[in-house]
Design a protein around this ligand. Structure first.
Ligand code: EPZ
Length: 420
């Protein structure tokens, strides 16, 4: 099992290229199932989750290759098995995104229930309710969602969908299903993340008729067919935010190519309040930090609020900043697994339900710590970059799921980090 060995204390200098967004590439790959014509996706990151999604659609009979230039050419014309089996879905919950497109194009889908993961139970009942409202008949049997259209129906029906809470992949499933449905679909409390906008823009290139993406109310007029397209995946705002926190923690001066300030508003506000200098430069963001920062309280909320996917990384920053602050996680019920590991490095953190109270310390001391989920592992890497001595982060397969060569990118800007 791979580990990362980090020797802390090195400020970061230089330039990093931010990869395409994992949470845009995954729905975009599923959107390609909606047409029999070839689709080209560019700037697709090299991640375990992307590899899993490619395996999933190949399993269905789809041709999909990840070229060395980061592009993926998909041909779903000979899709023969509209299924997403448990052994693949259990490693990547985003497989649920196959449900909407398969139903929309083939009128049937058998998709394993994803099961929970480290950060929470992660149910998908909203996805089922919304697709049933569009006319799908979905039963859950033997751990699978078995979905089909009623006898005599060849298309889903447009309708109004209001979910009980904002759901990112739920919104994405409904967007893809509604694109080929009969009539108009209105999503009332839709997710507004940039990855939703990226998917909608790809669907529009394919001939879909969508308005309001990026707001909480999205209207889709269904069409009969969608055609192929050539689409560039949006840059990963969470990878960019992770590197911003790393430089803020270690000190230094780094340019993040392709990072977009307009996708990171809440995070940039908190970093600037902490004392980090961040400015937009040609084609990206420049981040400069020196000396000890001022801790920042924050609470995670849906976009455009502070993203839950940045909670662990910013907590690592708070751990070594001045002052006592509170971190409130409102999206997932169990997303503080990094806390115990940070405490092993010398952090002072008390958890009380959804709130973690962090008291900044002057220094951390290196230790062996264990990654538990994707963003928790990123948080431990950031802490290791500032801890004195050696930090070993174990189980970094979690990191590989969502970051494209993180240690190589960090080494290129001066970190003493290697995979062992
Ligand atoms: C997406 O997950 C992201 N994954 C997550 O990123 C991200 O943390 C999350 O959105 C929130 O921003 C992808 O885009 C592939 P939700 P998703 O449905 O869609 C509850 C990462 O680190 N809920 O918006 O699964 C749910 O339990 C990953 O890259 C239901 O109860 O999240 C959660 O509490 C981690 N029933 C809340 O809603 C449902 O049917 C938000 O979940 C659906 C969701």
């Amino acid at each position: 099992m791979d580990k990362l060995l980090i020797r802390g204390g090195h400020p970061l200098h230089g330039e990093v290229t931010i990869s395409g967004a994992k949470n845009a590439a995954l729905p975009d790959l599923c959107a390609a199932l909606l047409t029999a014509e070839p689709v080209v996706l560019r700037n697709v990151p090299r991640l375990q989750d992307v590899a899993t999604m490619l395996q999933l659609i190949r399993n269905m009979g789809v041709e999909a290759e990840h070229a060395s230039d980061g592009s993926v050419r998909i041909d779903a014309s000979r899709l023969s098995t509209p299924e997403a089996p448990y052994e693949l879905v259990k490693t990547m919950r985003a497989s649920v995104l196959a449900l909407g497109p398969l139903l929309a194009r083939f009128g049937e889908a058998t998709v394993s229930l994803p099961g929970g993961c480290a950060i929470g139970s992660r149910p998908v009942e909203q996805h089922i309710k919304g697709l049933q409202a569009m006319g799908a008949q979905i039963v859950v049997e033997h751990g699978y969602m078995i979905a089909r259209l009623p006898e005599g129906r060849t298309r889903l029906q447009g309708t109004r969908i209001t979910t009980d809470m904002v759901t990112v992949t739920g919104t994405e499933n409904f967007l893809m299903a509604a694109a080929l449905a009969e009539g108009e679909t209105v999503l009332e409390n839709a997710a507004m993340e940039p990855e939703i906008v990226d998917l909608a823009e790809m669907l529009i290139k394919m001939g879909a008729r969508i308005e309001g993406h990026g707001t909480s109310r999205i209207t889709i007029q269904g069409v009969e067919r969608l055609h192929g397209c050539d689409h560039q995946v949006v840059a990963d705002r969470i990878e960019a935010g992770t590197f911003l926190c790393a430089v803020a923690a270690t000190g230094g001066d780094v340019v993040l190519r392709h990072a977009r300030a307009d996708h990171l508003g809440a995070v940039l506000d908190k970093l600037r309040d902490a004392g980090v200098q961040i400015e937009a430069v040609e084609g990206g963001l420049r981040v400069k930090s020196a000396g000890r920062l001022k801790g920042q309280s924050f609470r995670t909320t849906e976009y455009p609020g502070f993203p839950t996917d940045m909670q662990a990384q910013f907590m690592a920053l708070n751990v070594i900043s001045r002052g006592a602050v509170s971190v409130t996680e409102t999206i997932f019920e169990n997303r503080f697994m990094h806390v115990n590991e940070l405490v092993r490095l010398g952090a002072k953190i008390q958890i009380d339900g959804k709130v973690a109270m962090v008291e900044g310390v002057e220094r951390l001391s290196g230790a062996t710590v264990m990654a538990t989920d994707l963003r928790a592992s990123a948080s431990l890497v950031i802490a290791g970059l500032v801890a004195t001595g050696e930090t070993v982060v174990d189980r970094i397969y979690h990191l590989d799921r969502g970051y494209d060569c993180m240690e190589a990118k960090l080494r290129a800007i001066g970190a003493d980090i290697e995979r062992i």
